[in-house]
Design a binder for this molecule. Structure first.
Ligand SMILES: Cc1ncc(COP(=O)(O)O)c(C=O)c1O
Length: 495
């Protein structure tokens, strides 16, 4: 047996590269990363037509492969196809960019493989994660006793909050059909997913009407809640948004908080996109400030906020903040006999007791490192820059003949070209196709009340004034090209 073990050891030792090999691989990876970053401004934000399927040809065989060859394959099939989320030209969905120290934090977290699930096993790592959560709680105005969890993103953050609210209100399966959830139809779709995953599919979902800026109409909310109560139903949660994905709208948080307080509703806010804008010092045209728009945010019970959006980190870090930590624990903790050695160490609450995860990525390091290395100031400046870029775009795009949606509350705006001789929806769809084919920037579209709108979402830290000027040029070129195509088509059909 000893001999067999030693034979296996010889092979398994290959999993620990030598110092020389590590240096060689490190150099290869670093050169790849440097080359990627140094050429970003010349790379397209979107590459249409390539879909990376050749990656599947590379099977997992028993023969080791060479790093250089693998990097070439990755470059061709992964890093040169479709959307380039690192590009400052990414102006669609909700971008972020991916600041470099995120990668340094991930690298260290992976090399040291520190455990950040339970305080006993990784007290330093857990302290870092909880300190970051408390820092975000402070930004929002939550009391010091609040906590939450660092999640993989906004979807899981919203899920943790909804599950906590469900259990806090004691909703068992038999109660689900009588339970009522209030939200607007602008809420992010991950909230609907979370409701389903939380076993609340059969709950009554009230889509509260909105004002013409897509913000929740709180008079309508009040009436709906009162009606449901008088009909014997059990309203238990209202979900507001601080920065909707479609248009960046912020619901009237303080008014929602009033109603939630009167009727004992759990008030959850999805601020996954908009949350960090609370750091900005910017005036709105009506004299109010961006901070004013967040008034009442501190009165909510829970809030989702995504550092991989508003802190520009690479994908993989969201957060949920929760005031009633005991309620969060009751939904998520579990004690097993084989964990008994850990029970006494509880200087800090353990992430494993506050989320569905046990063994987890030490994702806090990817936020802690950039915050410590840069300090807060550049993040704040970058958020303010994005607001001003959006305002600049909003003004300039109208000069090109575009109709615009309401004044951007944050850094998302919608707009559509109104052509003289063709249907707007068709024209704007073609315009999006033109922009995607061009690829220098990437934008996405949405449909609101049957109208096709083009969106711009400016949140990549790499988006600059020149990017927006370039996009305005592309729009001009696109309009000219589609108009010419349409005129030729009319000529042909008339001839
Ligand atoms: C407002 C809002 N909530 C939630 C999410 C979902 O977050 P994630 O994609 O990180 O799961 C998004 C994503 O864009 C969002 O914009």
């Amino acid at each position: 047996m000893r001999e067999h073990i030693l034979q296996l050891e010889e092979i398994s030792k290959k999993l620990e590269p030598t110092i020389k090999k590590r240096a060689e691989w490190n150099q290869g990876i670093q050169e790849y990363a440097d080359n990627f970053l140094n050429t970003l401004d010349d790379q397209k934000a979107f590459v249409l037509g390539e879909d990376g399927k050749d990656i599947l040809k590379l099977e997992f065989g028993s023969e080791p492969k060479n790093l250089d060859d693998l990097l070439k394959i990755l470059k061709k099939n992964v890093d040169s196809v479709s959307l380039n989320p690192a590009s400052g030209g990414h102006l669609g969905y909700i971008p972020g960019g991916g600041i470099f120290p995120t990668a340094m934090g991930d690298y260290l977290a992976a090399v040291t493989n520190r455990y950040s699930g339970i305080f006993f096993g990784g007290p330093g790592a857990v302290r870092i994660e909880n300190q970051l959560i408390r820092w975000m709680c402070e930004l929002i105005g939550y009391p010091k006793t609040s906590l939450g969890n660092l999640s993989s993103g906004g979807s899981i953050a919203n899920l943790i909050a909804i599950v906590t609210a469900r259990d806090f209100h004691g909703i068992k399966s038999k109660d689900v059909e009588q339970s009522v959830i209030y939200l607007t139809n602008q809420v992010h779709h991950c909230v609907h997913k979370a409701i389903r995953i939380a076993g609340l599919r059969e709950a009554k979902i009230r889509h509260v009407p909105m004002d013409n800026c897509f913000r929740m109409d709180t008079n309508a909310l009040k009436k709906l809640v009162e009606k449901d109560i008088s009909n014997g139903l059990k309203p238990f949660i209202v979900i507001g948004s601080a920065g909707t994905t479609d248009v960046g709208a912020i619901d009237p948080l303080n008014d929602i908080a009033d109603i939630a307080e009167v009727h004992n509703l759990w008030f959850h806010i999805d601020a996954a996109y908009g949350g960090f804008f609370i750091m900005t010092d910017i005036k709105n045209p009506d004299g109010s400030t961006i901070k004013d728009k967040f008034k009442g945010v501190e009165r909510s019970d829970s809030l989702a906020i995504d550092p991989h959006k508003g802190m520009f980190l690479s994908y993989g870090l969201g957060a949920v903040l929760i005031k009633n930590v005991q309620a969060q624990m009751e939904s998520h903790y579990y004690q097993a006999n084989y964990m008994q050695d850990t029970f006494e160490a509880n200087d800090e609450l353990s992430p494993a007791d506050l989320s569905p995860e046990l063994t987890k990525h030490f994702r806090g390091l990817r936020m802690w490192l950039p915050l410590q290395l840069f300090g807060i100031e550049p993040f704040k400046a970058c958020l303010e820059e994005k607001i001003w870029l959006t305002r600049y775009f909003y003004e300039e795009v109208q000069k090109l003949g575009f109709e615009v949606g309401s004044y951007p509350e944050l850094s998302v705006a919608i707009y559509r070209f109104i052509p003289k001789n063709s249907a707007p929806n068709e024209f704007n769809k073609k315009l999006v196709e033109y922009i995607h084919k061009d690829g220098r920037v990437f934008i996405s579209s949405t449909t609101i009340n049957g109208d096709f709108w083009i969106r711009i979402a400016i949140l990549s830290f790499r988006t600059r004034l020149w990017t927006i000027d370039l996009y305005l040029e592309i729009l001009k070129e696109g309009i000219a090209s589609i108009s010419k195509e349409n005129t030729n088509a009319i000529k042909i059909s008339n001839s």
